[in-house]
Design a protein around this ligand. Structure first.
Ligand code: ADP
Ligand code: GLC
Length: 518
């Protein structure tokens, strides 16, 4: 299959969260299955890693293009960024006015005012890239709200051109909490007729909603874990889109993310002090633990359990539980290490806690790939008490590094962490600790339970072993995406056996001429 995977971020080019890891590692996994994959993202020169030309070669690609943004024509160009170490093709959308900025989506805590325009442009550029392919792609895979317009453009513009009639779209929801909602006067930016601005398609409580648009028009929809796929169909987790999703549940699949073995593997990780595997963990991990304590300026003690946390500091991630239970945590003989950035409230609270308890708490407020790897390797326990969690990657990274996660049992955390009980221990499946009720008391009880088991070295070893010997790579999940792509294609290239009624509301006008502005 010929696949275009569009994402607003992807490692190693630009990252604010797990989407960046998944965009690249899924693309690579699909390419390894023999598919022709092009990963496309904006070109953010200011956030690209220093010295990147050693890792990927950037060259002009295809023809410069112009797309309609409202009444204007906006120009852009494609750059190819071939990664030296993989066979993956990466295309960057170059438009300095939109993307040459210090951060991806916001500055000083405020979203860029023209975010709608920036990502309408990106979505149109992705479709433009498809038009420039010699062989049309089979699938255009959109990720999150930033590319939510892509399925609309595929269905309502691209496919009207007979050469592209066989292109199917897939929309993946990585986090339904972020929907790309903009005031209705941004609708003309999309270049689409106002007829689409209705409650069944692109409108949501009077606003333009890009994620809803993607969900409505995509041939298939996925989200990043089976449990989250069920949760988002409920008012508790659906953030208002639960009915839209329930209406499309036949086309919704939950596929658990995988992990890139090349980036997250203690046996080869060059960012940690000592490499180790399951066989050599007893030698390697204590070295990483001491190194973490030194790096974070904590007393170097091998007997004290280190509880680590790496996270965007937002309400999603359970920091309110940490705050609520902090004084109880401070009574325990533990060390806490936090890496993250985001909400000032949480940053300040944790910095203050570290000031008050310098022997127990260390914080790194900021973004650091190196410290993230050191925490995964050097901690004994990883905290992920998220209020909700579509998939979550750090609990899987932790298990790979022999660090036992404590999680709130939701979303992908429920699908990857098997709580320690006598029966899961004897079944050889226990790999972490989880709690059901999102309360401080449930959280602290689980921490105490984990610390109690930590003292029982034999049992702890078994839990570590279960986590480390599970295959968290993309092998299984990448095949599930291929099945989803096939189902999407069957919908638009119906065979007598597989045809089914389209769920998209029928278009009331004859096919329009595609906006081809080249
Ligand atoms: P989310 O995408 O909701 O932030 P995930 O668990 O899926 O959560 O992925 C988060 C990713 O971002 C992980 O790779 C994690 O290591 C990384 N990360 C988050 N905050 C930081 C930070 N401050 N420094 C380095 N890496 C971070
Ligand atoms: C989102 C989710 C996270 C998920 C990531 C990658 O940012 O919050 O749970 O792991 O996307 O899919």
């Amino acid at each position: 299959m010929n696949i275009i995977l569009a994402s607003s971020e992807a490692v190693p080019f630009a990252k604010t969260g797990g989407l960046a890891d998944v965009a690249t590692s899924l693309s690579e996994a699909l390419a390894n299955l023999g598919h022709d994959v092009t990963l496309v993202l904006p070109h953010y020169p200011q956030v690209m890693p220093q010295g990147h030309n050693g890792r990927f070669k950037i060259q002009p690609y295809g023809h410069p293009f112009a797309v309609k943004i409202g009444k204007r024509l906006q120009t852009g160009r494609f750059l190819s960024a071939k990664m030296v170490e993989t066979s993956l093709s990466v295309v960057l959308i170059d438009q300095p006015d939109y993307y040459d900025r210090p951060q991806l989506y916001l500055q000083d805590g405020t979203d860029y005012e023209d975010n709608c325009e920036r990502f309408v442009f990106f979505s149109r550029a992705v479709v433009e890239l498809a038009r420039q392919f010699t062989t049309p792609p089979d699938i255009i895979h959109a990720n999150d709200w930033q590319t939510g317009l892509v399925p609309v453009l595929v269905s309502e513009e691209l496919r009207k051109d007979p050469r592209f009639a066989g292109v199917a779209s897939v929309q993946t929801i990585h986090n339904i909490n972020y929907q790309g909602r903009f005031w209705h006067w941004d609708m003309p930016l999309t270049g689409l007729d106002w007829k689409y601005f209705n409650w069944k398609q692109m409108e949501f409580y009077g606003e333009l909603n890009l994620l809803k648009s993607g969900i409505t028009f995509a041939d298939m929809i996925t989200t990043v874990s089976p449990t989250y796929a069920r949760e988002i169909q409920t008012p508790e987790y659906g953030c208002g889109l639960e009915t839209v999703l329930r209406n499309r549940r036949e086309s919704l699949a939950g596929i658990l993310n995988g992990v890139s073995h090349a980036d997250w593997n203690p046996a080869t990780d060059w960012l940690i002090e000592s490499n180790y595997s399951l066989k050599s963990i007893d030698e390697g991990k204590p070295i990483c633990k001491a190194d973490l304590q030194e790096t974070m300026k904590l007393p170097v003690r091998d007997d004290v359990p280190i509880l680590g946390m790496i996270s965007r500091m937002t309400d999603q991630k359970g920091f309110d539980l940490i705050i609520e239970t902090s004084e109880l945590l401070m009574k325990m003989d533990i060390q806490l290490v936090f890496l993250g950035t985001g909400d000032r409230r949480y940053e300040t609270f944790l910095d203050d806690l570290a000031d008050r308890y310098p022997d127990k708490v260390a914080t790194y407020i900021g973004f650091s790939e190196e410290v993230a790897h050191k925490i995964e390797a050097g901690s004994d326990i990883f905290l992920m008490p998220s209020r909700f969690e579509p998939c979550g990657l750090n609990q899987m990274y932790s298990m790979i590094y022999g660090t036992v996660p404590i999680v709130h049992r939701v979303g992908g955390l429920a699908d990857s962490v098997v709580n320690v009980t006598t029966s899961t221990l004897s079944a050889g499946t226990a790999n972490g600790f989880s709690f059901d009720h999102y309360t401080g008391s449930a959280f602290i009880f689980t921490v105490q339970e984990a610390l109690r088991v930590f003292e029982d070295k034999q049992t702890w070893q078994k839990i570590v072993q279960n986590g480390m010997s599970t295959d968290w790579t993309w092998k299984r999940s990448a095949n599930q995406y291929v099945d989803v792509y096939q189902r999407a294609l069957e919908k638009i290239r119906p065979t007598p056996a597989s045809s089914e009624v389209s769920e998209n509301p029928p278009s009331t006008t004859p096919p329009t001429t595609p906006v081809d502005v080249r």
